[in-house]
Design a protein around this ligand. Structure first.
Ligand SMILES: [Zn+2]
Length: 291
């Protein structure tokens, strides 16, 4: 494993879905880069699940020939090397029947029990596959896009506009007031479930401005002393979560009533359940900073 995964300055580095968690066993490859001619591994995605099979008593990626029920193996994309084998990514239609010894396992969500490294490979494949599906046609003129060699980018042969994979920055922030911390309940969540303020970066904003705006919009509170704590790739399909801590400056929680229906101060003693998703940076920030 690479020493990168234990960098003490970047503890969030090793969160699931950040490729650093894969260490030196994974090397990314882009289209046009040559993979050694070896028997491949398959990262086959269906919705938010990954196809795995049991090898030597361990759930692993399928290896060698594509599974016999895999109808579109010629569409596979080489997305890197995994344990010295070319890693080929495919998406599978819902109506394909997966036969034993293969099975699917969710790679994200509260019920995900899949190994974090396999989940991370599935996340990378998911993001690339979604990008490929959504970048077939030029957004300016509608022509079929060409590949820009050695990148995931595309170029339009008709109008020459270029597109590169869309990654959407999203801040997530823990607001503190002494030993209290501010949590919110999203309108979509059940009673009793709380997490951190989060939201997408707007055009023309710095990340710090985005933190201030999101906290003010969702809770009516102003913040100061904003500190970066870590980030996480969130490939569902293409967010980048950027985590912060901030101090309360003024105001009492007043949820906006639309996106957020509850906003409250908690202490360690009154702490609600951690966010359901054990792989999220929200949970990581709360476990490390709500102390
Ligand atoms: Zn065009």
């Amino acid at each position: 494993m690479s020493n990168d995964t234990s960098d003490p300055l970047s503890p969030a580095f090793v969160l699931p879905f950040n490729s650093a968690i894969l260490g030196s066993e994974y090397q990314p490859l882009k289209p046009g880069m040559t993979a050694p001619f070896r028997s491949p591994c398959w990262v086959i995605i269906r919705d938010a699940s990954l196809v795995v099979c049991e090898i030597d008593g361990e759930l692993q990626l399928p290896e060698g020939e594509p599974p016999p029920w895999c109808p579109t193996s010629s569409d596979a994309l080489c997305i890197g090397m995994w344990r010295d084998r070319p890693l080929l990514a495919l998406s599978l239609a819902n109506n394909v029947e997966i036969a034993a010894p293969y099975q699917t396992m969710p790679f994200n969500g509260p019920d995900a029990t899949l190994d974090e490294r396999l989940s991370t490979l599935a996340g990378i494949a998911n993001q690339i596959i979604k990008w490929e599906q959504r970048s077939r046609y030029c957004g300016c003129c509608g022509a079929i896009m060409d590949r820009i060699p050695l990148t995931w980018g595309k170029c339009c042969p008709a109008c020459r506009s270029e597109q590169f994979p869309h990654i959407h920055p999203c801040i997530i922030v823990l607001v503190k007031r002494g030993d209290e911390f501010l949590l919110v309940r999203n309108a979509q969540w059940p009673t009793g479930r709380f997490s951190l303020v989060a939201g997408f970066l707007d055009i023309g904003e710095s990340l710090e401005e985005c933190v201030k705006r999101e906290v003010l919009e969702e809770t009516g509170i102003t913040v100061q002393n904003i500190r970066y704590v870590g980030s996480q790739s969130w490939p569902f399909p293409s967010q980048q979560m950027i985590g912060f801590i901030a101090d309360h400056a003024a105001g009492e929680p007043q949820p906006d009533g639309v996106e957020v229906v509850e906003a409250r101060w908690f202490t360690v003693d009154t702490m609600p359940h951690y966010p359901n998703n054990i792989r999220s940076i929200a949970r990581w920030i709360m476990k490390n900073y709500c102390v």
